[in-house]
Design a protein around this ligand. Structure first.
Ligand code: SF4
Length: 440
C-alpha cells in the first residue's frame, strides 16, 4: 500500500518516523511524498507540551481529510501519554490504529490487521530494534542518530520520563552499524540525539560512556559528528577537550540550562547552580577551537519572582550564549511542577518571554554583525527559492535549529559540500554572503 507520514515534534521523533517507514518498506509497502497519494497516513505525534498535543490532534484531523486516505495510524507520544482517553468510547474516532514506539517494527502487522477490518492498538514496552531500511527524511548529507531514549533526570516540569520511560541506551555495536549504514547512504554529518546524550551508557555500563562511543564513531569515515542535548553537569572537561581537539567533532555544544537562579534550578530539580553553569561555560570558552554554545531557557516556572527572572536576564547578558531558545513554562498534568503553588499568570509569562528574547536578541545580533567581512566554511544544504540563493550551515550552527547562512555562488555547488563564503550582511540573525576562491 502507499504510505505517507507526518512527523511532529523533535528530531528524536523524526528518527523514529524514519525507522517506522523503514519497517513499512521491509514489509513491502511504498512510501509516498504527499498525503494526496497516500492510502495510509502515519502521524507520529508529540505530546511533550499541551500545545504539542493540540497540534497533534489538529494534524490528525487534517490528515484524515485527504480523500485517498483509507487508514490513519496514530503513533508516538500522544498514544503513549493518553491511550486510555484516545481509545475510550468518546475518544479519537479519526484514528484507525494506535502504535507505541516500542512496536514500530510491527507496522507491517498493523497494516495487515487494518485491511482485515481490525482497529489495532499496540502498546509495547521498550524500544524497537532499528530498521536497516531507514528512510532518511533530512537532506542527503546529514542525519540524526538516536543513541538513547527516555530520561532519568526527572526535571519537575517535564512529562518526558512519564511518556518515554527510563533512560535506555542503544548498544555501541548497533550505533556503529547504523552509522556505517548512514555513511553508505552518503551521510557526511551525523547528529547525535537523545533526551540527554551525556548520560549515554549509564544504564548499560553503570557510568556515562558518551566519550567511549564518540571515540569509536570518529574511527568511521564520517566527516562530522555533532552533539545535541548535553546536560550541563555531565559536560565533563574530558568531553569538552575531545570536542576541542578532534577534527571530526563539530565545534558546538547544545547544553540546555533552563534557568540561572539557584532557587529556580532547585525547584526544577536540575543538578546545576548559577556558579556551576558559569564554570562550564568558562571552560568551554577557554578552548582554542571556539566552540559555539547553544542553550534553552524557561521563564515563568512556578513561584518565579521578579528577582529570579532578573537573575536569568543578568546571566544571559554575562554568559552570552551563541544560540538560545526560550519557552514559557507549560503546566503539564502529572508533573510535580503542575502541583506547585504559585503558578505564574499567563500574562506575566508572556511578558517575561518577550523580555528575555529581547535580551538575547541584542547579543545574537551583535555576534552576527561581527561576522561581516569574515570568511566561513558553509555546508550547502539547499536552495531558498523565495530568496533566490543557496543556504547552508556551519560547524558552529546546527542545521534546522540555528540561523542559516544564505549565499550566492559563481561556480556550480553541490549539496553537502563545503564552500568558503565571505559574509557581507546580516538580516536579523541570518548571515548573507558570496562564495570566494579557496585560496583567498
Ligand atoms: S533532562 Fe529534564 S527536561 Fe530533559 S527530557 Fe529529561 S526530565 Fe525532561
Amino acid at each position: 500500500m502507499k504510505i505517507g507520514a507526518i512527523s511532529l515534534g523533535c528530531d528524536k521523533n523524526r528518527v523514529d518516523t524514519e525507522h517506522l517507514l523503514g519497517f513499512a518498506v521491509q514489509a513491502g509497502h511504498e512510501i509516498v511524498n504527499t498525503l494526496d497519494e497516500a492510502e495510509i497516513v502515519v502521524v507520529n505525534t508529540c505530546a511533550f507540551l499541551q500545545s504539542a498535543v493540540k497540534e497533534s490532534i489538529e494534524t490528525i484531523f487534517e490528515a484524515r481529510s485527504h480523500q485517498n486516505v483509507k487508514y490513519l495510524i496514530v503513533a508516538g507520544c500522544l498514544p503513549m501519554r493518553y491511550i486510555k482517553e484516545l481509545t475510550a468510547e468518546d475518544g479519537l474516532r479519526e484514528a484507525d490504529a494506535f502504535l507505541d514506539k516500542g512496536a514500530y517494527d510491527r507496522i507491517g502487522e498493523v497494516i495487515e490487521r487494518l485491511t482485515k477490518g481490525e482497529k489495532p492498538v499496540l502498546t509495547a514496552e521498550g524500544e524497537y530494534a532499528p530498521s536497516n531500511k531507514r528512510v532518511i527524511t533530512t537532506p542527503y548529507h546529514y542525519a540524526y542518530l538516536k543513541i538513547a531514549d527516555g530520561c532519568d533526570n526527572h526535571c519537575t516540569f517535564c512529562a518526558i520520563p512519564g511518556i518515554r520511560g527510563a533512560y535506555k541506551s542503544r548498544s555501541i555495536e548497533s550505533l556503529i552499524k547504523e552509522t556505517q549504514e548512514l555513511i553508505a547512504q552518503g551521510i557526511k554529518e551525523v547528529i547525535l540525539v537523545a533526551q540527554d546524550v551525556t548520560r549515554y551508557g549509564s544504564d548499560l555500563f553503570g557510568k556515562s560512556s558518551l566519550l567511549a562511543l564518540l571515540k569509536e564513531l570518529v574511527k568511521l569515515p564520517v566527516e562530522k559528528i555533532r552533539l545535541l542535548y548535553c546536560y550541563p553537569d555531565q559536560c565533563s572537561n574530558e568531553l569538552i577537550d575531545f570536542i576541542d581537539a578532534e577534527p571530526k567533532m563539530a565545534k558546538y555544544i547544545d547544553m540546555p540550562m533552563q534557568h540561572a537562579a539557584d532557587s529556580v534550578l532547585k525547584r526544577m530539580n536540575r543538578h546545576d547552580t548559577e556558579a556551576s553553569l558559569k564554570e562550564r561555560v568558562a571552560y568551554i570558552r577557554s578552548k582554542a577551537s571556539n566552540i559555539a554554545i547553544r542553550s534553552t531557557f524557561m521563564v515563568g516556572f512556578p513561584q518565579e519572582t521578579q528577582e529570579e527572572f532578573d537573575a536569568l536576564c543578568r546571566f544571559l547578558q554575562e554568559v552570552k550564549p551563541d544560540h538560545a531558545g526560550f519557552f514559557a513554562y507549560s503546566r503539564e498534568e502529572g508533573t510535580p511542577a503542575a502541583r506547585m503553588k504559585g503558578q505564574i499568570p499567563e500574562r506575566v509569562k508572556k511578558e517575561r518571554l518577550r523580555k528575555v528574547i529581547e535580551v538575547q536578541s541584542r547579543t545574537a545580533e551583535q555576534r552576527a554583525e561581527s561576522m561581516i567581512g569574515q570568511v566561513v566554511d558553509v555546508i550547502y544544504d539547499g536552495i531558498d527559492y523565495d530568496r533566490q540563493c543557496f543556504y547552508g550551515h556551519t560547524d558552529r550552527n546546527a542545521p534546522e535549529v540555528d540561523p542559516k547562512v544564505y549565499f550566492h555562488a559563481k561556480e556550480q555547488v553541490e549539496i553537502g559540500e563545503t564552500y568558503p563564503v565571505r559574509i557581507e550582511k546580516t538580516v536579523k540573525l541570518d548571515l548573507y554572503g558570496q562564495t570566494v576562491e579557496n585560496e583567498e
